[in-house]
Design a binder for this molecule. Structure first.
Ligand code: ATP
Length: 939
């Protein structure tokens, strides 16, 4: 049994409270919180009278974060030390934990739970960091424990549950109740995380989706309850006894309780507020009901707990009065204006102190059974020495228990080992999104399967073990089981030692590394291509070697040629086996040349294609050439072993084979291909080359070329078949015809590659030119815009001077007052590595001055303006608050534009208001701006 721990935190005055010159009515003495409340600050229900009320409450912790000047000031770090460290300890101990922040809107819940900038991080990121630090320390000490951490993040908005970590969080999820583990959200995504950064990224992603809005009380008010859940598994052996615990850590940032009048909510905001209040009222009822329930008695029979009355309480059922160690943080405002809401929060928190939970260690049931059996065995062993009469019975029982314990331990150990391997591999693997693509990466040496089967759709990644990894067919039960042509049962092994992988082929096994046949051990290096048998192709990756090569620019010099060979994955698989001869190096660059391609034994692949029909083919040779004597022997085979033939087959053997309809089709197609190439070249050479159009034409050409190859191969197949089935003489005509077709195919292939090379180069240069052109155009536009802005102001200045000289000139109309200045944010800079400062230039007809302002100052300006000009400023698109990444380049660049537009829109809108110091301003701009807001005070 453990009661809910309750902490109270008071925040600094916010701008509204400062503007109202509110008094601080909260005091703290140790863990006691005192609220001094005069009748003026009481709610309307309080009786009138000139009394001063004092309310004192004692909590487990009281945090004074109102002003930094006093010693008791509680920082984010202090709050973490008191509350967060316990959360981490309990998670490691296998307990469920829940931390939730409750309080009036704008009282500091999100600040306490999430925090903001690096040094101001709140409880959730600090807990996550400590959790991983502890896991890493435990792994470094080789404690034998393995960990698995998963996170999920949801929000309850208008009583609907949304997944904050899904691409499309618009749908709402259903809540179900498991008979033993309690309520859960069906289909909520769970994400495996292996380090702190993974968690931060997910948190940032969720926070950016979370529903927030601006209210009078808070410029980024959370309009939903958010539950960040970490599921943490800790498994391993200690002193020969297995242990496995699972703990759930719920970190909850509730939406704020609010009064419609103080938040200024209407429409959607009012509806949200009603839902928020409803669930918080239910939370209050649950807390009251639990607090009133007598500890020790069966609560459900004595008091109904209305968990199901709201989604929030239903989901937090276990955390309130159930299996969890729970902490409540009540956040309050120090101001007199909020005294009645502060009192209600303190009463709420005071009640929560009385909730008694029943936390238990969430141990794997099998592990628990093993431990119980061990205790039982120890007890039986002790009994053996004491009572010789019952010895036989005890011995029998002991043997049975020991056997049961052994089996269970073995089973668990197996499961644990497997889980540890999977976890290790999962740790090594990372799935990253890169633009439209998804990149599967690993930090261990591995082979990536390149499947020759066009129907295969997945990617296979094989990690290499330290030591030996055997590769063969499934018959020998190797580490990597493959199938395919020319694969030996025991094909090869890869030895990984001190980060170096060596491929050792078994006798007669067909293994190639970078297209060279290997018969003795070969060291594998980053990017090399391994072919095992005829159809299994892999790329070897060694992430450490790749990193060091990247660092030393090795891939640009020393191993240039080798790496180019490796990059031949873009070539067809048959070619890849012959890459050594497919390229020549001239001036360090690689070129495909006709001669080289002739050397690629293209004939070999065509022969392979033909052989698919089951027709005898020329035997293969290691040099991939077809020696004349082999052809002669094939010829004689056909001559001396005649086979029966049909008259249809006979027809096909006609010497005029090349002139049949297929031949015409081929010729026609060839012409079309030539024409298509013309089309593409014309498109490339034109100034208006449209890339999309070009791509379509290239696809057409590719299809034609494929069709051409297909037709040629099929005509050759027919030829072969006719020779085979008729047993006819292998005439010189036929042989020439066959040879001719080979040549045509080879020529076509050479042509295709040269053309492809040419198109590629032209496309790249077009794309580059277009990009440069675009950048130049943008720059010119920008310069022009700046120039115009300057000119407009000079003209306005002259107009103004003219008006002053000529006092009879007509008064300025309000439409002329619209733009008293123009504001540009010309650059931003990272200061002291901790925050970004934006350089703001204010151009007025009189003068120009420059300011350096950080984001926080813009926000203060916005809050002040909202307060002063209200609805006018609300919709101006002030950039939303980011919890993390404020110092990142992307966020700063994005904000630069947003803030610039915001400032210009702000002065445009406000300058039209009579009460605004910029209204009808035609001189003394600087003074008017400073009066408008101290933000514009020149340095
Ligand atoms: N302890 C604190 N120290 C400094 N600033 C604080 C503190 N607590 C809150 N603030 C500031 O007060 C403002 C409101 O805080 P926050 O957004 O955390 O309130 P909230 O209770 O989460 O509000 P809501 O319920 O509307 O979401 C923020 O600008 C925040 O930076």
């Amino acid at each position: 049994m453990a009661s809910v721990k309750v902490a109270v935190r008071v925040r600094p005055f916010n701008r509204r409270e400062k503007d109202l010159e509110s008094q601080c009515v909260v005091r703290m003495r140790g863990n006691e919180v005192v609220l001094d409340q005069s009748n003026s600050s009481l709610s309307t229900s309080t009786p009138r009278g000139a009394h001063q009320f004092q309310h004192a409450f004692t909590f487990d912790f009281a945090y004074w974060s109102h002003n930094t000047t006093v010693d008791e000031f509680a920082t984010q770090s202090k709050v973490y030390q008191d509350l967060g460290t316990d959360v981490v300890e309990n998670a490691f101990g296998g307990y469920n934990v829940c931390v939730f922040a409750y309080g009036q809107t704008g009282s500091g819940k999100t600040y306490t739970m999430m925090g903001s900038e690096e040094e101001d991080r709140g409880l959730i990121p600090r807990i996550c960091k400590a959790l991983f630090d502890k896991m890493n320390a435990s792994t470094a000490q080789q404690s034998g424990s393995t960990f698995r951490t998963e996170v999920s993040y949801l929000e309850i908005y208008n009583e609907r549950v949304k997944d904050l970590l899904q691409r499309d969080p618009s749908h709402s999820l259903r809540i179900r109740e498991h008979p033993t583990t309690g309520p859960y959200v069906q289909n909520l995504s769970r994400h495996l995380v292996v380090n702190y950064n993974d968690i931060l990224n997910l948190m940032e992603k969720g926070n950016s989706i979370r529903t927030t809005a601006q209210t009078n009380m808070n410029d980024t008010s959370s309009r939903s309850h958010a539950i960040f859940t970490i599921t943490f598994v800790n498994a391993g052996f200690s002193e020969g006894i297995p242990h496995e615990t699972v703990s759930k850590i719920h970190l909850v940032d509730l939406a704020g309780s609010e009064r419609a009048d103080s938040t200024g909510a209407t429409g959607q905001r009012l509806k949200e507020g009603a839902h928020i209040n409803k669930s918080l009222v239910t939370l209050g009822s649950v807390i009251s009901a639990l607090a009133e329930a007598t500890p020790g008695k069966n609560r459900s029979s004595t008091k109904h707990i209305p968990y199901r009355d709201s989604v929030l309480t239903w989901l937090l059922k276990d955390s309130l009065g159930g299996n969890s160690k729970t902490i409540m943080i009540a956040t309050i405002s120090p101001a007199e204006v909020n005294a009645s809401e502060t009192l209600s929060t303190l009463r709420y928190a005071n009640r929560a102190k009385n909730i008694i939970n029943k936390p238990t260690v969430n141990e794997d049931p099998n592990v628990k059974l093993i431990r119980d059996l061990r205790d039982e065995i120890d007890r039986l062993r002790r009994g053996m020495s004491l009572d010789p009469e019952t010895l036989a019975v005890v011995q029998k029982e002991l043997a049975a228990k020991e056997a049961q314990e052994r089996t269970l331990t073995e089973e668990w150990t197996e499961k644990w080992k497997e889980a540890a391997i999977i976890l290790k591999e999962q740790k090594a693997l990372a799935l990253k999104r890169t633009g439209l693509g998804v990149m599967l990466d690993s930090d261990q040496p591995h082979l990536v399967g390149i499947d020759e089967d066009v129907l295969s759709t997945g990617i296979t990644l094989y990690h290499l073990k330290e030591g030996e990894t055997f590769i063969g067919t499934s018959l020998t039960n190797p580490d990597i089981a493959l199938k395919g042509a020319c694969l030996e049962d025991n094909h090869c092994r890869i030895v990984l030692k001190n980060g170096v992988a060596t491929l050792i082929p078994f006798e007669d096994a067909l293994c190639m590394v970078n297209a060279s046949l290997i018969t003795s051990p070969v060291k594998l290096s980053q990017g090399c291509v391994v072919v095992l048998g005829k159809t299994n192709m892999f790329r070897y990756n060694d992430p450490k070697e790749a990193a060091s090569m990247r660092k030393n620019n090795d891939f640009l010099n020393k191993q240039g040629e080798d790496l180019m060979n490796r990059s031949l994955l873009s070539q067809s698989l048959s070619d890849l086996r012959n890459t050594n001869r497919a390229l020549t190096t001239v001036d360090g660059k690689h070129h495909l040349s006709e001669g080289n391609i002739k050397e690629i034994d293209y004939k070999q692949s065509v022969l392979e294609l033909i052989s698919e029909t089951g027709v005898e083919t020329f035997p293969q040779t290691s040099s991939n050439e077809i020696p004349d004597n082999e052809i002669m022997s094939a010829k004689s085979n056909f001559e001396f072993e005649p086979k029966e033939s049909s008259s249809r087959d006979q027809e096909k053997l006609s010497p005029s084979f090349g002139a049949n309809s297929t031949g015409d089709e081929v010729d026609e197609l060839y012409k079309l291909i030539c024409h298509q190439k013309e089309v593409i070249m014309t498109c490339l050479e034109s100034d208006q080359c449209d890339i999309q159009n070009l791509n379509d034409e290239i696809v057409k050409l590719k299809n034609m070329q494929e069709e051409y190859t297909k037709l040629e191969v099929s005509s050759m197949k027919k030829l072969w078949r006719s020779v085979h089935f008729t047993g006819n003489r292998f005439s010189d005509d036929l042989f020439d015809s066959f040879d001719e077709k080979f040549d045509a195919l080879v020529e076509q292939e050479v042509d295709r590659r040269l053309f492809q090379d040419r198109v590629l180069k032209s496309t790249e240069s077009i794309a580059r030119d277009k990009e440069l052109e675009r950048i130049k155009r943008d720059q010119q536009m920008l310069d022009l815009q700046r120039h115009h802005e300057k000119e407009i102001y000079l003209l306005r200045k002259r107009l103004h001077e003219f008006q002053q000289v000529n006092s009879e000139s007509p008064p300025v109309t309000s439409s002329q007052t619209r733009l008293p200045a123009n504001i540009s944010i010309v650059q931003y800079q990272l200061k002291n590595g901790s925050h970004v400062e934006y350089k703001v230039v204010i151009w007025t007809p009189e003068e120009t001055w420059t300011l350096e302002r950080r984001f926080r100052m813009f926000r203060d300006l916005h809050v002040a303006m909202c307060h002063k000009y209200n609805a006018l400023v609300q919709g101006l698109g002030f950039p939303s608050r980011r919890l993390f990444g404020n110092t990142s380049e992307t966020v700063a660049a994005e904000r630069q534009h947003q803030l610039e537009s915001y400032l210009n829109a702000l002065i445009q809108k406000c300058a039209l208001q009579r009460e605004c110091p910029l209204y009808n301003c035609f001189s003394g701009y600087r003074v008017a701006f400073v009066k408008f807001s101290p933000f514009f005070q020149p340095p």
